[in-house]
Write a protein that binds this ligand. Sequence first.
Ligand code: NAD
Length: 279
Amino acid sequence: MGGIEMGKQSMFDISGKTAVITGGGGILCSEMARALAREGVRVAILDLNEAAARKVADGIRQEGGQAEAVPVNVLERRSVEAAREAVMGMFGRVDILINGAGGNKKEATAEKDFLFFDIPPEALKFVFDLNLLGTILPSQVFGEVQAKQGTGNIINISSMAAMRPLTKTVAYSAAKAAISNFTQWLAVYLGQNYSPNIRVNAIAPGFFITEQNRFLLTEQETGNLTPRGVSVIEHTPMRRFGVPQDLIGTIIWLISDAAAFVNGIVVPVDGGFSAFWGV
Ligand SMILES: NC(=O)c1ccc[n+]([C@@H]2O[C@H](COP(=O)([O-])OP(=O)(O)OC[C@H]3O[C@@H](n4cnc5c(N)ncnc54)[C@H](O)[C@@H]3O)[C@@H](O)[C@H]2O)c1
């Protein structure tokens, strides 16, 4: 893979590749799975929620794409290895790994009536593990496949919470900052020790209303924005929350040859949130 010598059309061509997407049954990553399948990528949808993964895979197949659901717990090495065996049996290789499984937990979030000082260690550990360990373990197991192949592409999911911590989400902010750090670490490690043709990058989505943050951004009873939700919109120059489709172009760019010399970076996809101090 040299510099970019191809036409615009083929530069972004990712057809024929195989992708493993953890958390592929979830809101953001199911959209990625569908989008990649439309581009001709064979996708393995890995999720703890097997029914959700199956639903996404079925939907893709109905559209004419190629997808398989594979149950996994990204926090258990043996489970991830079993998923690798299943994926290798089906596809024979892993060109792309998207580490999408992650999220926050209310019990690990500091509130006025639930102080930082009282957050139980189990809740902190749950969020650290789900995000950081849940990114590192699949990167070990599927990264080894890519090291043997000599080519590969890994995309991690960081967050706005990583660049400067968000109020309230103490464990989540720390865990996502660690994911940005790990993205750089792994890019260097795989490049130095295995192949210059394995790239590792991350995206840092802005604010997308999903299950992990609905309780922070909207009032449960009315559905109206909370003061925090209003503040997010005020600090987003594009003045809206993201929708899952907003992430797709960046994902395709990062895994295509159009990003052939892009390695070890974290790309904000945030409507300008991270560019604005609020003044
Ligand atoms: N929603 C946002 O605004 C936002 C912003 C920045 C980053 N993110 C990140 O994007 C990623 C996807 O978020 P989402 O909002 O689509 O969340 P989601 O809850 O819809 O999806 C997460 C998926 O991960 C799966 N999962 C949970 N634990 C697992 C485990 N142990 N093993 C395997 N799968 C497991 C869940 O079943 C779920 O399907 C997460 O890493 C999240 O932190 C979200």
